[in-house]
Design a protein. Structure first.
Lengths: 269, 300
């Protein structure tokens, strides 16, 4: 529920420049889909937003303040893997959110606060369809269930911004469609600003209110890493009208995807 | 209709399957794919033990046949009588049951030493692995201490701490702790950065993340560490007891060595082995109880 403002963002690793001149301005409640070829720096961009990595130049503002250079509860994250804690059951994973929030010396809440946290966790488990799996460890959950748990856990943290790093990349197509529906519902309920990195062009168009394409505009044949990627295409989508097949085809051509048909099909699903 | 259809198909291929099952050539699997049944594994596992036992019995019987008062390879009966005397007949001088007094003294030293090493390894290892400033401060020291041969420190410990229990326990702790610290620190540094980032986005601070993320995650590794450290710990225990002690399993072995009492030494070695195996088994059970998530039930 906060705006995001990125201005003149740069990121280099030594001599290799990954991102340059990245400018984004997003209103509160927007859903940004980031697409681009592999290794173009879109995940780096997300990790900078998260605070896990620091930019080499430029500013990132969330709400009214430049972001703190470390992860905070302001920005929630769901990764493709390692997104839930393997040593806790589904229910314990959700209870952990309140435990961490209390920040007490025991890292745990007790009494009435625990009771209400438990209630909230149970409701959330019910909401994402994991009530039957509350006492299972993540290792015994399927990939889709683990990601549902990860999203539930992140939402319990009540972030102003939800960051998703290819959250459905490892899931089967059928499960992916289910997850799209769940995510869209939760986004409508909670109204937070979402930034999602994805490889799946169809997914980007289907879920996003805006699709941003990362690509390199300058090339140096002698030194390929001299220039970084920037945002080359910024398409606002109207929720009421689905993206046209032409738009999808255009973005697919930029990213270099070969599976245009399935991208258009996902968009329409 | 469907059921009848499949029935017909089955009836048609039934004889064919039967024929194939009867006459099919036995699959000759590669060595790496030929698995062993449970009973087969038990049998194969027992064979080496049986071979050692038979070889010993044979050699012992031969030597005793030549010289009935031979002390080098005592018969099982001789060993049993010596061992049960130590376990049940009170010592004339002290009135102690020697086996149990030795076992008690040794185990106290062993567990005190390994216990202290474990506490140090856990606290230092987590701090070094999780907090960059502590890592920069302490990792070089720990790395250097790791390569000092602990037995070379034994004279220093006896001079500085006297010949009592403190020196022996310190030797064991000093001997195993540095490697454990490094191992735990490595395990903490191997935690997926995604988990640490996620914990922070949920509001975890450095301390609560240690409690709720790092400690539970390193617990299985810590127990493995202790299991591996018990081997060297026994070594240091017996070395320390051999040099300066008045009781203990190692002390006894080195004491009776003067009289060539193999009938005591061999059962004592077997007894130490048994204690070590039981400790190891208990630690595995403990790991299952503390960290069930790290030991998923294997489906056959």
């Amino acid at each position: 529920m906060s705006r995001i403002l990125v201005h003149g963002l740069e990121k280099s690793y030594g001599d290799a420049r990954v991102l340059e001149r990245v400018n984004v301005s997003a209103e509160a409640g927007e859903f940004l889909s980031l697409v681009g070829a592999s290794g173009c720096g879109k995940s780096t961009f997300l990790r900078i937003l998260l605070g896990q990595e620091q930019q080499s130049g430029g500013v990132v503002v969330v709400g009214d303040q430049p972001i703190v250079p470390e992860p905070t509860p302001q920005r929630g994250i769901v990764f493709q893997r390692y997104s839930v804690f393997p040593h806790l059951t589904a229910l314990q994973n959700l209870l952990l959110v309140e435990d961490f929030r209390s920040g007490g010396p025991f890292g745990r809440v007790f009494g009435a606060r625990r009771k209400s946290a438990r209630q909230e966790a149970e409701t959330m488990l019910e909401r994402v369809g994991l009530a039957h799996a509350r006492h299972l460890y993540p290792a015994s959950l399927s990939g889709g269930m683990q990601q549902r748990l990860a999203i539930a856990q992140t939402l319990l943290g009540r972030p102003q911004i939800l960051l998703l790093d290819e959250p459905f990349g490892a899931l089967d197509p059928g499960i992916r469609i289910e997850m799209h529906e769940l995510l869209t519902e939760l986004w409508t309920e909670h109204g937070m600003t979402v930034v999602m990195v994805t490889h799946d062009i169809g997914e980007a168009f289907k879920l996003g209110t805006r699709v941003l394409v990362f690509d390199k505009v300058r090339h140096d044949p002698q030194f390929p890493s001299a220039y970084g990627a920037t945002i080359t295409y910024d398409l606002k989508l109207d929720r009421k009208h689905r993206a046209s097949a032409r738009d999808v085809a255009e973005v697919a051509a930029m990213v270099g995807t070969t599976r245009l048909d399935s991208a258009i099909a996902t968009t329409a699903s | 209709m469907l059921a009848r259809g499949t029935g017909i198909v089955q009836a048609a291929i039934g004889p064919e399957v039967a024929r194939l099952q009867l006459s099919g050539p036995k699959a000759r699997l590669r060595l790496i794919n030929a698995t062993v049944s449970r009973g087969g594994a038990l049998l194969l596992g027992t064979l080496p033990f049986a071979a050692v036992a038979i070889a010993y019995l044979f050699a012992s019987a031969q030597r005793l046949a030549v010289n009935p008062s031979d002390k080098l390879l005592p018969s099982p009966a001789q060993m049993w009588s010596a061992f049960s005397d130590l376990a049940t007949v009170p010592d004339k001088r002290s009135g102690d049951l020697i086996l149990w007094a030795d076992t008690y003294a040794s185990l106290i030293r062993l567990f005190a030493g390994v216990g202290m090493a474990t506490l140090v390894a856990l606290s230092l290892g987590v701090a070094i692995g999780f907090i960059p400033r502590v890592r920069a401060f302490l990792l070089p020291l720990v790395t250097v201490v790791c390569v000092i041969p602990p037995l070379a420190l034994l004279p220093i410990l006896f001079i500085a701490l006297g010949l009592g229990e403190t020196a022996k326990i310190t030797l064991i702790a000093l001997g195993v702790a540095p490697v454990m610290v490094r191992d735990i620190a490595n395990r903490v540094m191997e935690l997926p950065p995604e988990l640490v980032a996620k914990a922070q986005t949920l509001g975890g601070n450095s301390w609560t993340m240690v409690l709720r993320l790092v400690l539970p995650q390193v617990m299985p590794r810590l127990i493995t560490c202790v299991r591996l450290a018990l081997g060297p710990a026994w070594l240091f225990l017996i070395a320390a007891e051999a040099i300066a002690s008045t009781e203990g399993l190692g002390y006894r072995i080195f004491l009776v060595r003067r009289y060539l009492s193999m009938d005591v030494i061999l059962p004592y070695v077997a007894w130490i082995t048994l204690l070590a195996v039981m400790t190891d088994w208990l630690l595995v059970r403990l790991s299952h109880i503390i960290s069930p998530w790290a030991h998923p039930v294997r489906t056959r």
